[in-house]
Design a protein around this ligand. Structure first.
Ligand code: LLP
Length: 415
């Protein structure tokens, strides 16, 4: 459920008309709904009831400080993959003790900073990483809390680019090797084993891959316990999908119920790292129609947003809904490809959409809150869009539009 709806044919973000926001802040514009964001966090948090748990929002999905600060105030934890994300969390008021650090290539300086601020856990993905972390922690005279990200070899049944839990993927430690790697970690004096984790992919629409992965983790945990290696938490990663068109992803309640049923009475704290499911449907990308290009073979709506603003359609062939901001306008309806101004054939936001539009009209790409702005670039020297957070009738500009001069501010002409 989200808080974007039509009122008398005009699209609203909570209590503010999207057209007003576009007039005030320009386009392309990302618009987020605080009520939606918070609702999604609370649904996840409540789903696990009184079982010890921590929802660690996955920062990569949308790392705007406005988003992070709203979640931090609700007590959210955070899943990060870089020191940049860590600094964002801290700047937003997040608690370092609720941060888990994922990623296959953590640098030494990133480890140092994370140890200094006292994060909750390093999700280690290889033996080489454990050795590096041991050395860094020893140098600082600290003990680094670790979990091993194991690769449970389950098929997440999602797009291959966002499927991560198969043994041919670069992520995690093969589950068959995990016992041996845990034993080695246990012998490293500056590491403290606290958990196990996995993340099998993103935009999952079925429960079974999650429960299959958990079965494999629980079997591993039993063997670890038998060897005297005790864990405190199980981190199941992120991955619950959202509805872009007609998908029916599991509700967080179903997900939590399935997880808790498998755990039975086992005392492990459950961590989860949802990104998309919290922020995806809490955002829109609003774009203005520059012109229509009608040809014998195809019709195009050329808009002012492009693949640099929202790369998901180009990169993953992702289907994202494109709707008029003013549904009252009477326009001839045609089948169009909705394309941006970038010089790439792959620069499109949607293909074969039936729309009634004219130059100057506004369109909104729905479900753009996750992996939208956070994957934006400056390709074609396009300044990145502004971002606003709507909260009831209030509007907060949470990132100003980039200026053209800022694009090359750090560059130099040759002497
Ligand atoms: N935890 C880890 C270790 C991850 O790698 C990810 C996402 C998440 C949590 C959050 O997953 P989520 O709940 O959002 O599915 N750019 C792609 C998605 C890439 C996901 C990468 N990892 C897209 O736009 O579909």
């Amino acid at each position: 459920m989200d808080h974007f709806e039509y009122r008398d044919g005009a699209l609203y973000a909570e209590d503010v008309a999207v057209a007003e926001l576009a007039a005030r802040f320009g386009t392309p514009l990302y618009i987020y709904s605080r009520a939606t964001l918070e609702r999604h966090f609370r649904v996840f948090d409540a789903a696990f009831g009184s079982h010890p748990h921590l929802v660690c929002y996955s920062v990569k999905a949308n790392s705007n400080l406005g988003v992070l600060s709203a979640l931090a105030r609700l007590g959210s934890g955070f899943d990060i993959v870089s020191v940049g994300e860590l600094e964002r969390v801290l700047a937003a008021g997040g608690e370092p003790g609720k941060v888990v650090f994922s990623g296959v290539g953590k640098r030494e300086d990133e480890m140092v900073r994370a140890l200094d601020v006292g994060i909750r856990c390093f999700n280690a993905e290889s033996e080489a990483e454990l050795e590096r972390l041991q050395a860094v922690a020893a140098r600082l005279g600290k003990r680094a809390p670790i979990s091993l990200r194991v690769n449970p070899d389950v098929d997440a049944k999602t797009h291959p680019y966002i499927s991560t839990g198969l043994k041919e993927n670069k992520f995690g430690i093969a589950i068959a090797d995990a016992l041996a790697v845990y034993s080695r970690a246990a012998a490293m004096p500056n590491l403290e084993i606290v958990g196990v984790d996995c993340h099998i992919g993103s935009q999952l629409t079925q429960l079974t891959p999650f429960t299959d992965a958990l079965d494999r983790l629980l079997a591993l945990i039993a063997r670890l316990e038998a060897q005297g290696i005790h864990l405190r938490h199980i981190d199941l990663g992120g991955g619950i999908g959202i509805r872009y068109s007609d998908e029916t992803p599991p509700h967080p309640d179903e997900y939590a119920a399935a997880v808790l049923a498998k755990l039975a009475e086992l005392p492990y704290e459950i961590c989860i790292e949802p990104g998309r499911a919290i922020v995806g449907n809490a955002g829109l990308l609003v774009t203005r129609v520059e012109l229509l290009k009608l040809t014998a073979d195809k019709n195009f709506v050329v808009v002012d947003a492009a693949m640099n603003d929202l790369i998901r359609p180009s990169l993953y062939s992702a289907w994202m809904d494109i709707v008029p901001v003013d549904a009252r306008l009477e326009r001839p309806r045609r089948c169009y490809d909705v394309v941006g101004p970038i010089c790439e054939t792959g620069d499109f936001l949607g293909k074969q959409r039936t729309l009634g539009v004219e130059a100057g009209d506004l369109l909104a790409v729905r479900s753009a809150g996750a992996y939208g702005f956070s994957m934006a670039s400056n390709y074609n020297s396009r300044p990145r869009a502004a971002e606003v957070m709507v909260d009831g009738e209030q509007v907060h500009l949470v990132r100003e539009r980039e200026s053209v001069t800022s694009l090359f501010a750090g560059e130099q002409r040759l002497p």
